[in-house]
Unconditional design. Structure first.
Length: 138
């Protein structure tokens, strides 16, 4: 488990809190939200925090690894599989293999992006995947 600190900026619903966190080395390596000095995460709130409080929260490192794989690696793999499949389809059907490979790659990329959206929606309501507030700092 990775422990981070941040400030509560909003309570969107009971049991959840939005925490503003400064960027750190993991964020710099990811770069998914460029240009922002701070990021906002929605965390599970079992402590009943209030806006303005500073808190510590934990994030499962396995969630970070799985998220990075699904967002970055999976779409590339599916794109490559689509391009290879398109190439072989073109050879089998006596069509231009380059064009069918490009079309297969585009279709694979769109399927990969759709997979990322499905994964994102599946995690939206999964409380175990969200960071969890563990302490209110004094």
């Amino acid at each position: 488990m990775k422990i981070e600190e941040g400030a509560i900026i909003a309570i969107p619903s009971p049991g959840l809190a939005e925490v503003k966190v400064g960027r750190h080395s993991d964020c710099m390596a990811c770069g998914s939200c460029p240009g922002s000095e701070n990021i906002v995460v929605t965390a599970v709130d079992p402590l009943g925090v209030e806006v303005g409080q500073h808190v510590k929260f934990e994030v499962r490192e396995s969630n970070i690894v799985v998220g990075a794989f699904v967002c970055f690696i999976m779409p590339l793999l599916i794109t490559a599989i689509g391009a290879i499949g398109g190439h072989y389809y073109g050879l089998r059907e006596a069509a231009d293999a380059v064009h069918t490979a490009v079309i297969g790659g585009i279709i694979g990329f769109l399927v990969g992006v759709g997979g990322v959206k499905v994964f994102d929606r599946s995690l939206r309501n999964d409380q175990t995947a969200k960071p969890k507030i563990i302490e209110i700092c004094k």
